[in-house]
Design a protein around this ligand. Structure first.
Ligand SMILES: Nc1ncnc2c1ncn2[C@@H]1O[C@H](COP(=O)(O)OP(=O)(O)OP(=O)(O)O)[C@@H](O)[C@H]1O
Ligand SMILES: [Mg+2]
Length: 508
């Protein structure tokens, strides 16, 4: 018997303009949690997609329990007991949670679907692993956290024994991450073998037995996690030391840029307001952060601000001008930039090229349009400038289809576009989600530079490290209301936690 559940030997996978995996070898032991680490675009998702049968490698072979296998499709992978939770979920939006979980493996009774057994099994798994879902909710109405849990249940429902998690924690709250870590440890203890991709070094250090590192498509090495530190891993990954702390000077706030009064936004899921009578100001030259546990109205608040959802009440003004009823274009032209929470749904047109995505909100400006025609040369030059500046990596530069880019590089493209527009107000929702440590360092510097240039920044983040490190003022949101204001210099993560959980509340 081989000691390895899976061996990927000398795998090479090419895409137009790039070798995504260049002679990569990865050996997964039975019952281990094996982390895969590498910069954005290093080739991690590609390697996992080869294992899951989504792509065919040009060179190399895969062995399962020592025997060569040909994984020509995800169905073959499934038959071999390999399951995958994708970086960008692959759920049917208009189906329920339960229907998504059983999709493809439905049981039938005569011509009819027989779902009661399936429901029981799903609920049992959900109970056993603490994966809370509402089986009857539609995917489009639930939080990304619950979508994630749906994906995991889908994998467990199929009794897979080799589990691939591609950045499962990027979209989870700190509490959910703790739960997921425990779930993964349980699964490994039950004998399942796990491949785990994450950019968060503390997670890798906490949960994995071994860690393999890729850099620009090449295999760098495999280390035992217990002999590693965050510094040693990041140096292995980016080839230099990374500064984990955000350097910034004290802030000097100026005039109010954003002023929100008594804003309410209706909830899609229940009768209560998702955002209930929220008032806040963001001044020029400061970074105000809305902290909170996912699902406490932050998403809807930003939807209300940016115009993605109508307001149920209240007013918004930008630089003293009432924009409550302004269109999204008017807001954008008026100086509002928005790095959205869901990069696929609201950030990019996936089938457009990178360069067209970069000019989405300002293609009509004279520098990009003449007599109704796009000035392709100017657009290309502009895209090339941002690609260079923000180190957006892809196979074919400006003409790369957004869909084919790695998740982190899609995010970098959005951040580049939104910051480059030099907005008066930058709304950044989870701006570093899915980015590698080097890219996070860079994006944080850019956000601080915006604030130092006198812009107002509204940051919405679930990551307390980011909240504490980057912001000048912290507002905690709980059940649709602001329940406290804090100075990051004097508060602690524990204090914030109490307010985020609803255990305490300040009179505002
Ligand atoms: N379907 C595809 N077509 C063309 N190029 C692709 C495709 N999939 C991936 N690539 C390219 O291969 C490279 C590796 O991408 P991959 O998604 O594997 O990176 P990653 O390590 O998962 O990065 P991230 O941390 O950002 O998710 C990238 O440069 C990407 O642009
Ligand atoms: Mg990836």
């Amino acid at each position: 018997m081989s000691e390895y559940a899976i061996e990927m030997l000398h795998i090479t996978k090419r895409f137009p303009g790039i070798i995504a995996n260049d002679d990569v070898t990865l050996q997964l032991r039975k019952g281990e949690i094996h982390a895969l680490l590498g910069e954005n675009g290093a080739g991690k998702s590609t390697l996992m997609s080869v294992l899951f049968g989504l792509y065919q490698a040009e060179e190399g072979e895969i062995r399962k329990d020592g025997k060569v296998v040909h994984i020509t499709s995800p169905n073959v992978a499934n038959d071999l007991g390999i399951g995958m939770v994708h970086q960008h979920f692959k759920l049917v939006e208009c189906f329920t949670v339960l229907d998504n979980i059983i999709l493809g493996v439905e049981t039938t009774k005569g011509p009819f679907l027989e779902k009661s057994e399936a429901r029981k099994k799903v609920m049992a798994l959900s109970e056993k692993y603490g994966l809370q879902v509402d089986p009857d909710a539609k995917i489009e109405d639930i939080t990304v956290g619950m979508q994630q849990r749906t994906e995991i249940l889908k994998m467990l429902y199929r009794d897979n024994e080799i589990l691939i998690f591609d950045e499962p924690t990027a979209v989870l709250t700190p509490q959910e991450i703790e739960e997921l870590m425990a779930i993964m440890k349980n699964l490994a203890a039950e004998g399942k073998s796990i491949l785990f991709i994450s950019h968060k070094l503390n997670e890798i250090l906490e949960v994995s037995d071994r860690c393999s590192v890729l850099r620009k498509g090449k295999y760098i090495g495999t280390v035992n996690t217990k002999d590693s530190t965050a510094e040693s891993l990041s140096a292995m990954m980016v080839g230099r030391n990374v500064n984990f702390h955000v350097e910034k000077q004290p802030c000097h706030p100026g005039d109010t840029v954003l002023s929100v009064r008594h804003m309410s936004v209706a909830s899609k899921a229940h009768k209560k307001m998702a955002v209930n009578d929220v008032s806040l100001d963001v001044r020029a030259g400061e970074i105000v952060c809305i902290a909170g546990i996912d699902g406490n109205g932050q998403t809807e608040f930003v939807y209300g601000l940016s115009g993605l959802e109508p307001l149920a009440g209240g007013t918004i003004s930008l630089n003293g001008k009432d924009i409550t009823k302004a269109s999204i274009r008017q807001k954008s032209v008026g100086g509002m930039s928005h790095i959205p929470e869901d990069r696929h749904k609201h950030g990019l047109v996936l089938d457009y090229s990178l360069e067209d995505n970069i000019i989405l909100q300002n293609y009509f400006e004279p520098r990009f349009t003449k007599h109704g025609f796009l000035r392709r040369k100017a657009i290309r030059e502009h895209a090339e400038k941002l690609i260079e500046q923000y180190d957006v990596r892809s196979g074919q530069g400006p003409i790369t289809t957004a869909r084919s880019m790695s998740g982190g590089n899609q995010q970098k493209a959005i951040v580049a576009r939104e910051i480059d527009r030099e907005p008066e107000l930058l709304i950044a929702v989870q701006p570093t989600r899915g980015l590698d440590v080097g890219a996070i360092e860079y994006i944080h510097k850019q956000i601080v530079a915006q604030r130092d240039a006198g812009k107002a920044v509204l940051l919405v983040s679930l990551e307390l490290d980011e909240v504490m490190d980057v912001s000048d003022r912290i507002l905690v949101m709980y059940e649709g209301e602001i329940v406290g204001e804090f100075d990051p210099k004097t508060t602690t993560v524990e204090e914030l936690g109490l307010y985020m959980a609803g255990a305490k509340r300040k009179e505002m």
